[in-house]
Design a protein around this ligand. Structure first.
Ligand code: ZN
Length: 161
């Protein structure tokens, strides 16, 4: 087993055993629901935005290990970040997961790069991306998102508009 594969499995296991930011924060200002019908992932995400910064964020729901670990790491990564930085991370994570992230360009993914391998697992890409798309939906006041819907960012460029 390669080191990156081993690290990936350790991270997934760790975040499944102890998901970070499990449970929806009180006084949430933004929330959304995300579904991935292909796998059966279904998560609820809520966050509190103050001064355009993600002050609190949490999630709950029913999902596979990859989706849960991705949601756990996503919430930990964007907590305390400015909204624009959170949106940039969504874009970078998505590009990494679908394999279009330019390795020559600087990015802010840090430990999230453990998910880089999902680009070779087409059935798992949407599991890993779902929490990020749900975050994007929440920040843009979209009540729900589905990896199979036409409105899903997977089907159209996201932009920052
Ligand atoms: Zn899944």
């Amino acid at each position: 087993m390669t080191d990156s594969k081993q690290l990936y499995q350790e991270v997934i296991l760790d975040h499944n055993r102890k998901p970070r930011n499990w449970g929806l924060p009180p006084d949430a200002t933004h929330k959304s629901e995300g579904v991935n019908p292909l796998c059966g992932d279904h998560i609820h995400l809520a966050l509190r935005l103050a001064d355009d910064t993600v002050e609190a964020i949490g999630f709950e729901g029913d999902s596979c290990a990859i989706c849960k670990a991705s949601a756990s790491m996503m919430t930990a990564a964007v907590k305390g970040r400015a909204r624009a930085d959170a949106e940039q991370l969504v874009q970078e994570f998505r590009d990494m997961a679908i394999g279009t992230l330019d390795p020559g360009e600087p990015h802010h993914l840090g430990r999230l790069t453990v998910f880089a391998g999902v680009r070779d697992l087409p059935t798992r890409v949407k599991c890993a991306i779902l929490p990020w798309h749900t975050l994007h939906a929440a920040l843009n006041a979209i009540a729900s998102t589905s990896t199979e819907s036409e409105a899903d960012p997977m089907h159209a460029p996201m932009g920052n508009a």
